[in-house]
Ligand binder design. Structure first.
Ligand SMILES: C=C1C[C@]23C[C@@]1(O)CC[C@H]2[C@@]12CC[C@H](O)[C@@](C)(C(=O)O1)[C@H]2[C@@H]3C(=O)O
Ligand SMILES: O=C(O)CCC(=O)C(=O)O
Ligand SMILES: [Fe+2]
Length: 343
């Protein structure tokens, strides 16, 4: 259970006057079954175009027909719910092997009304944790989930490359499939919000996970049927994403914004807690190997008359710099070139 002191509550409560964000009018939906069907050349082209358009416009879209079995999704959800229902001392004990933490996000003072597990994902697609944890049922089901979601993620990354018209359709997927890929899995649990005396006739909204962009190439999110995720549109307005437990949501991350020379946008998002029901979300963050040199792809730079918006850096360098920032900071500013500033 996430217990907040008065000071912490004040830090994550948005003012009572702030109304709930309006729902996102239309989220692009990409049906992967049409993109992967045998003889589905036209379907694949259409899906690739839709993916690229969504990544340019919002950096966000929904995936249906994903092929991750519904019983596996149900098992992950049940195992996560069972873990978070444990007594606090048992969750704290498991913390060392499953990366459990509560309220504190990162190490620079960010707080949220959330508890979570955060696991590194190794080359085989399994959560990289000590062997003694391997008998735990949650670990086993998460390993199975990671393998299935990583496969689907690579299909989505191929569609992104095809939608950009790149000759090498595997250019993004290879980074996530690399044996040293720095990928992660996060399981977030947002407890029902605590009872609070209404101020000025309405409740304030609690920040579950403060606004940020994800650092990696791609984030693939699934939640139970409880909403709370909001994305920021290009004009800065926030919109709520209606939950859909049967689908996945894809976020463009900062690394993909760099590789595409800013053509795909890493989406700013947050989670607000206002429901009487707990939200459980599971996010696979597909990242490159630490040694990987990231820079805008030459083909995409050429299309912009040679204007290169980001300098080259390694993923290790980016991560070191990212972990010094606060959640809401713009982590790409440090890597921008003068050309980006002019744009
Ligand atoms: C405040 C922070 C938490 C974070 C690392 C950071 O310094 C800035 C990025 C944050 C983020 C957002 C997306 C993922 O949830 C995450 C695991 C990641 O890779 O970057 C978190 C980091 C975290 O919770 O440690
Ligand atoms: O829990 C969610 O729905 C999103 C959380 C998130 O953005 C993150 O963990 O990076
Ligand atoms: Fe995120």
């Amino acid at each position: 259970m996430v217990v907040l002191s008065k000071g912490e509550l004040e830090q994550i409560a948005l003012p009572a006057v702030q109304r709930a964000a309006p729902p996102l009018a239309a989220v692009t939906e990409v049906d992967l079954s049409t993109a992967t069907a045998a003889g589905g050349g036209a379907g694949r082209k259409a899906a690739a175009r839709a993916v690229a358009r969504a990544c340019e416009e919002h950096g966000f879209f929904k995936v249906t027909g994903h092929g991750v079995p519904a019983p596996l999704l149900a098992r992950v959800e049940a195992a996560a719910a069972a873990f978070f229902a444990l007594a606090q001392q048992d969750k704290d004990k498991a913390g060392s092997t499953l990366g459990y933490a509560s309220k504190r996000i990162g190490c620079n003072g960010d707080l949220g009304f959330v508890e979570y597990l955060l696991l590194g994902v190794n080359a085989a697609g399994a959560a990289a944790q000590p062997a003694e944890a391997s008998r735990c049922c949650l670990r086993e089901v998460l390993d199975e989930y990671i393998a299935a979601v990583r496969r689907m993620t690579c299909t989505v990354l191929e569609l992104m490359a095809e939608g950009l018209g790149l000759d090498d359709a595997g250019v993004f997927a290879r980074l996530v499939l690399d044996g040293d890929s720095d990928s992660m899995l996060r399981v977030n649990h947002y407890p029902p919000r605590p009872e609070e005396a209404p101020k000025h006739g309405s409740h304030s909204r609690l920040t579950g996970f403060g606004e940020h962009t994800d650092p990696q190439i791609i984030s693939v999110l699934r939640s139970n049927a409880v909403s709370g995720l909001e994305i920021s549109l290009r004009d800065g307005t926030w919109v709520a994403v209606p939950s859909d437990a049967a689908s996945f949501f894809v976020n463009v991350g900062d690394a993909l914004q760099v590789l595409t020379n800013g053509r795909f946008r890493s989406v700013r998002h947050r989670v607000m807690v206002s429901s009487a029901r707990p939200r459980v979300s599971v996010i696979f963050f597909g990242g490159p190997p630490p040694r990987e040199r990231l820079a805008p792809l030459p083909g995409l730079v050429d299309r912009e008359g040679g204007r290169r918006r980001y300098r080259e850096f390694t993923w290790r360098e980016y991560k070191t710099s990212a972990y010094r920032t606060k959640l809401a900071d713009n982590r790409l500013g440090y890597f921008e070139t003068a050309a980006a500033a002019l744009a």
